[in-house]
Design a protein around this ligand. Structure first.
Ligand SMILES: Cc1cc2nc3c(=O)[nH]c(=O)nc-3n(C[C@H](O)[C@H](O)[C@H](O)COP(=O)(O)OP(=O)(O)OC[C@H]3O[C@@H](n4cnc5c(N)ncnc54)[C@H](O)[C@@H]3O)c2cc1C
Length: 307
């Protein structure tokens, strides 16, 4: 069992910023990450709204954040956190490798893409169904048609990105207007390669070995069409990665952790930061800000409770 001051769960922007602040506060911190550093940022094509960078690729930003945290001596552990249990004044973090005994815990586990839940989606996942245009877009060089499902920032941003590869990108959205930022909508509507299908949902994703088409249902008229396509990119929202903390800290009905403005949860010594908590804007800059606040108040908590 490893012992430290702060166990940080997740190495996305929230976790890596918390790590940086813990390191600079001379706290012994360990950051546990189940996948690659950077979280969702690691699979984002280009970021142009993180202050200080006019434009930077997601993986480069993730690498810079990780290096900065490392510079201040924060330990890294590659493992999945499975649970947190109390041990007197301490918290025990159970992982798929070594456990951690910590005075405070910062949960920065972010969120993962929500599924459509339609027939064909799971069978054809990785065979034309994707949740990451940056990861898989290049497979669709010269494709006749690629479908993107959703109407928020990610759907619109990634639809435009996919026009670098596919001849046509069809955005399918269940409403008659988009939620995405105006600047992103302007880019989408100004792109000759994009078509938008309004008021429609995907009934099924079809194909024998690879995606061949989607069945599209207009929710206003009830009409059903089959749209040939080589790929389907799904951007219909996110699910917070908080299952392992269920029953421990207070959450809303969707599993987002409830915190106060110091990022404290209802459990003393447990903080949450980033996309996994109840908040109004889920972005890199707000995740990083949460991480800084959580680390600052975790340090204060340790000072008050452990001297
Ligand atoms: C396609 C796309 C494009 C985007 N573009 C932008 C943009 O241009 N600008 C912008 O500001 N925002 C953008 N965002 C949103 C931004 O990426 C997120 O708001 C931000 O990454 C949230 O950071 P986070 O640290 O809270 O969570 P995440 O980035 O989700 O990181 C959480 C980390 O925790 C790890 N983890 C989860 N559960 C466990 C566990 N049990 N044990 C160990 N590790 C665990 C995950 O593997 C992950 O690495 C985009 C998102 C997507 C999907």
């Amino acid at each position: 069992m490893k012992e430290c001051d702060v166990a940080i769960i997740g190495a996305g922007p929230a976790g890596l910023t918390a790590a940086l602040y813990c390191g600079r506060a001379k706290l012994q911190a360990v950051c546990v990450e189940k996948s690659v550093n950077g979280g969702q940022v690691a699979s984002t094509e280009e970021v142009e709204n993180y202050p200080g960078f006019m434009a930077i690729s997601g993986p480069s930003l993730a690498e810079k954040m990780a290096k900065q945290a490392e510079k201040f001596g924060v330990g890294q552990q590659r493992a999945t956190v499975q649970g947190i249990t109390p041990d007197g004044r301490y918290w025990l973090v159970r992982t798929t490798s070594e456990g951690i005994k910590a005075k405070a815990v910062i949960i920065a586990t972010g969120a993962e893409p929500r599924l459509l839940g339609c027939p064909g989606e799971s069978d054809l996942r990785g065979r034309g169904v994707s949740y990451c245009a940056v990861c898989d877009g290049a497979f669709y060089e010269d494709a006749d048609n690629v479908v993107v499902v959703g109407g928020g920032d990610s759907a619109v941003e990634e639809a435009v990105f996919l026009t670098k590869f596919a001849r046509c990108v069809t955005l399918i959205h269940r409403r008659d207007s988009l939620r995405a930022a105006k600047i992103l909508q302007d880019r989408l509507f100004g792109n000759q390669r994009v078509k938008v299908v309004w008021n429609s949902v995907i009934g099924s994703i079809n194909g024998r070995d690879m995606v061949e088409s989607v069945t599209v249902r207009n929710i206003r008229t009830g009409s059903v069409d089959t749209l040939p396509c080589e790929g389907v990119f799904v951007y219909v929202g996110m699910t917070p990665q908080t299952g392992f903390a269920g029953g421990l800290v207070a959450m809303d009905d969707n599993g987002y952790i409830i915190t106060d403005e110091t990022m404290a949860t209802n459990m003393p010594g447990i903080f949450a930061a980033g996309d996994n908590r109840v908040k109004g804007l889920r972005q890199i800059v707000t995740a990083a800000a949460d991480g800084a606040v959580a680390a600052f108040f975790a340090a204060r908590y340790i000072e008050e409770h452990f001297g």
